[in-house]
Write a protein that binds this ligand. Structure first.
Ligand SMILES: [Fe+2]
Length: 407
């Protein structure tokens, strides 16, 4: 694969070229985790609880970030906005209504939308408001409500639907299809069920016969995106899905869920996990598909505001996770602070696939302090695996310090 200066840029070759193909621009925004501002007030009620349990999300910035997204989309007019799930924080109906309003606005301007549900969208056990001293249950999102409000964005435009889940196949145009595989509304969570797989096989056979390029879409990852984030992050039956996609020449799967930015490769299949819109660097991705030569150029874009606050939010998470780090005797508070600062920068940049020039970190004072005082802390092994991995594996260790049940 061609390499670019920015590791987050990738060129993917689709199997079929056209003599007179068109150019399509698809925007991908995932894991928005919008929490309606009507459900909390900064600094009041149980806001501090929310603040402590956010896994690095800058949820307060999302209403404005989504406003920017809306303005950008209305001025640049992508053909499609694709959302691989986790529209809302934890299944609050109020939050879903606000997302629906935004998507309706885009749709009214002729921008097509394709959504699949994430694991936080439907029947979440934690739809809370944070206005009172204690978090209080708020109206949840049921399957019916989700389909009533969001089903028209993708699912209702599909030319084919799976029998038991929200999976669907959509024609972006006559020669490019989107195959959305839902693993969050079936009987077994985190799994694309057998009836959906059988249906998907039928779609892929038809596409092969007609020589139509297919891009697939999942919430959870099809290929492992990190050595530390596999169980619960990669689909439970990922290998089966992977083999099906490879067999039918699907060259690109788009996903989210793990919140990290990373792409993995297996034979001819590239699985791109777009970083969460609500985690530094707040943003989205652009996929430009040239159907004349079958090339897809994937690039990240960032929102203009709140990036410093988003860095601070990640730092807080890492500081919290390192609060009980084990250090050797003689390590003072200043040294400890430098070790945390170093770990934050390495982990945060690695998580977002923006860790450049790894070797230069090995000579930094922070790394020397880790070697002197921190070798017995489990984080040392994880930092080593980021900094000392072979080129190509460097960012596979992106899940370092991730907390349980992220995504
Ligand atoms: Fe998520």
């Amino acid at each position: 694969m061609k390499t670019f200066e920015d590791k987050r840029t990738a060129l993917i070759q689709l199997p079929y070229a056209r003599e007179q193909g068109s150019r399509k621009v698809l925007w991908i925004i995932t894991d928005i985790h919008l929490l309606s501002p009507s459900l909390y007030r900064v600094g009041e009620g149980s806001f501090s609880f929310l603040h402590q349990h956010n896994l690095g999300k800058l949820f307060e910035a999302m209403p404005q970030a989504m406003k920017e997204f809306r303005e950008l989309a209305l001025s640049e007019h992508p053909d499609y906005v694709i959302i691989p799930g986790d529209l809302v924080l934890n299944g609050e109906a109020e939050s879903l209504f606000e997302i629906e309003e935004l998507l309706s606005d885009l749709e009214a301007q002729g921008i097509h939308i394709a959504v699949i549900p994430g694991n936080h969208d439907i029947d979440s056990p934690y739809p809370y408001s944070f206005l009172e001293e204690e978090p209080a249950k708020t109206d949840p999102v049921s399957y019916e409500l989700f389909m009533e409000r969001i089903g028209r964005f993708g699912y209702c435009q599909a030319f084919s639907k799976a029998p038991a889940t929200c999976s669907y196949a959509l024609a972006i145009d006559e020669t490019l299809w989107l195959l959305a595989l839902d693993a969050n509304t079936g009987e077994v969570p985190n799994t694309v069920d057998n009836s959906t797989l059988a249906w998907a096989k039928g779609i892929l056979e038809e596409a092969e016969k007609k020589q139509i390029n297919v891009i697939s879409l999942t919430h959870q990852n099809v290929l492992p995106q990190s050595t530390f984030m596999i169980k619960g992050f990669v689909l439970a039956n990922a290998e089966e899905i992977r083999d099906l996609l490879v067999k039918y020449h699907v060259a690109l799967n788009l996903c989210g869920h793990s919140h990290l930015q990373h792409r993995s490769q297996y034979e001819s299949l590239t699985d791109i996990c777009t970083g969460a819109a609500c985690v530094w660097p707040l943003g989205f991705a652009v996929l430009a598909v040239d159907e004349t030569n079958g090339e897809c150029l994937y690039q990240k874009r960032e929102f203009s505001d709140h990036q410093e606050a988003a860095i601070r939010r990640m730092e807080e998470l890492i500081e919290r996770l390192l609060a009980r780090m084990q250090v050797e005797e003689g390590c003072g508070e200043e040294e400890k602070a430098e070790m945390i600062r170093f770990a934050d920068e390495v982990v945060r940049r690695n998580f977002s696939d923006m860790l450049e020039d790894r070797e230069s970190y090995l000579s930094q004072p922070g790394w020397q302090l880790w070697n002197k005082y921190g070798k017995n802390d489990p984080s040392f092994r994880q930092l080593s695996s980021i900094l000392l991995a072979e080129e190509g594996d460097a960012h596979i260790a992106a899940g370092v310090f991730s907390e349980k049940n992220a995504g």
